[in-house]
Design a binder for this molecule. Structure first.
Ligand code: FE2
Length: 424
């Protein structure tokens, strides 16, 4: 395949991209197509690597309203509804819903996804479903799976053993939810257990960490310390860390140094946390978002995720990382002009780094030919107009094609009746 006239993000000028055997073989100013070669003329449109959704729960998706709607919008009503819904889970049910949402994600340009899966279900139905699905969809999307003890490791019967059973099924990462444990001692013990399992089975770590507005919730320091002490550099992720938004600045300043030294990844799930956090505040009401701008300024890798899509914990979502990014840059005050340009990294290369996929990610010769063609002028234009990808190409093969939207305004009241197409 030869892609002509590509505006590759991060490079000046227009480029031709030759793809052979699923890899980028040549990227030059001008390349000629061989006889019979498939040609796509990008016509100056942007070419970027595929989006990365670094945090989602595919076992929960598309259950909104089952068996009832969340009327308060709170996490606690969500948990209560989920405890009813989970009684009816089957492998087929989980696979069907997850597969459906994967199509939404693929349609919006995502090719790399880290999903969590509950480890505390009898029979591990959801883990079995997602592990099967991972293999079935690998030509469309990379799925990474985290064993996630939703109800805690030590405040749920056999939570520690159930977590290890799920890890042994062949997932990619071990999770924990330390702020949900009953005591400070169990918070720490649950993290030791999580890291011990990761070392024993050679897995990554992704902890649901301090997803609360409680400024005393400081599991993050233990997660980072364990990552540093065990030399698991780059392999450890703390998701949410919303309490960081409520820490005092003296503690946050010290913490930034600990995080940088540990080379930990942080994931912000902006749509979910602006929805769930601040629920116990009257006014002024906190945003409940981690310190994305400060983390980035301190050279800490930050990416973003959808987290929940149409389920008891969150009612909306279409699996579009541009939705998440749009919310994220607003609530994180990343709306300076250069910050907007740079923010696409949060759902592209930073996500790939979180997933430990950065070595084979990006538009560079020798790497696997995964890319999006987006009809935007530049990154600012892409984000401002929320421009959806026209092509998603994976391993050098088109896996998604979209007809761009075409809107005409009929100016019937004008003296000179001009109909025109809205472009930008
Ligand atoms: Fe989550």
């Amino acid at each position: 395949m030869l892609i002509k006239n590509a505006n590759i993000r991060g490079r000046e000028g227009k480029w031709d991209i030759l793809i052979e055997n699923g890899k980028f073989s040549k990227i030059e100013a001008r390349l000629e197509a061989a006889n019979g070669e498939e040609i796509i003329d990008a016509s100056g449109k942007m070419v970027i690597p595929p989006y990365v959704d670094s945090h989602v729960h595919l076992d929960y998706v598309c259950t909104y309203g089952e068996p009832r709607y969340n009327m308060s919008g709170t996490l606690f009503e969500g948990i209560s509804i989920w405890s009813e819904r989970k009684k009816t889970l089957t492998k087929e049910d989980v696979k069907r819903r997850a597969r459906h949402v994967l199509d939404w994600e693929i349609a919006h340009g995502t090719q790399f996804i880290r999903t969590h899966v509950n480890s505390d279900e009898p029979g591990h139905v959801s883990a079995e479903a997602l592990l099967e699905l991972k293999d079935e969809v690998k030509h469309l999307v990379d799925l990474q799976i985290v064993a996630f003890p939703q109800h805690g490791v030590y405040n749920f019967p056999n939570g520690d053993k159930l977590l290890e059973e799920t890890v042994k099924m062949g997932v990619d990462a071990v999770g924990a939810i330390p702020h949900y444990e009953d005591t400070r001692e169990d918070l720490v013990a649950s993290l030791y257990h999580c890291f011990d399992l990761a070392e024993k089975y050679d897995k990554l770590v992704d902890v649901h960490c301090d997803e609360t507005d409680d400024p005393q919730s400081r599991a993050i320091e233990q997660v980072a310390h364990q990552a540093w002490k065990r030399e698991m550099f780059g392999k450890v992720t703390a998701s949410h860390t919303t309490a960081m938004g409520s820490y005092n600045n003296a503690y946050a300043f010290k913490l930034m140094g600990v995080l940088e030294r540990s080379q930990i990844n942080i994931i912000s799930n902006a749509t979910i946390n602006i929805h769930l956090q601040g629920r116990y505040d009257s006014y002024p009401k906190r945003r409940g978002i981690t310190r994305v701008d400060e983390l980035l300024a301190n050279h800490i890798n930050v990416s973003m995720g959808c987290d929940d899509i149409m389920e008891p914990f969150y009612p909306l979502g279409v699996g579009d990382m541009l939705d998440v990014l749009n919310m994220g840059i607003h609530v994180s005050h990343l709306t300076g002009y250069q910050q907007i340009q740079d923010s696409l990294d949060l759902i592209t290369k930073n996500g790939a780094r979180t997933l430990n996929r950065e070595n084979d990610y990006g538009i560079e010769e020798g790497k696997t030919a995964n890319l999006l063609i987006v009809p935007a002028d530049d990154t600012y234009d892409l984000i401002r107009r929320h421009v959806k990808p026209e092509f998603s190409i994976r391993n050098g093969i088109v896996i998604m094609k979209r007809q761009p939207e075409n809107v005409t305004i009929y100016n019937n009241d004008s003296a000179v009746k001009v109909n025109y197409t809205v472009e930008k």
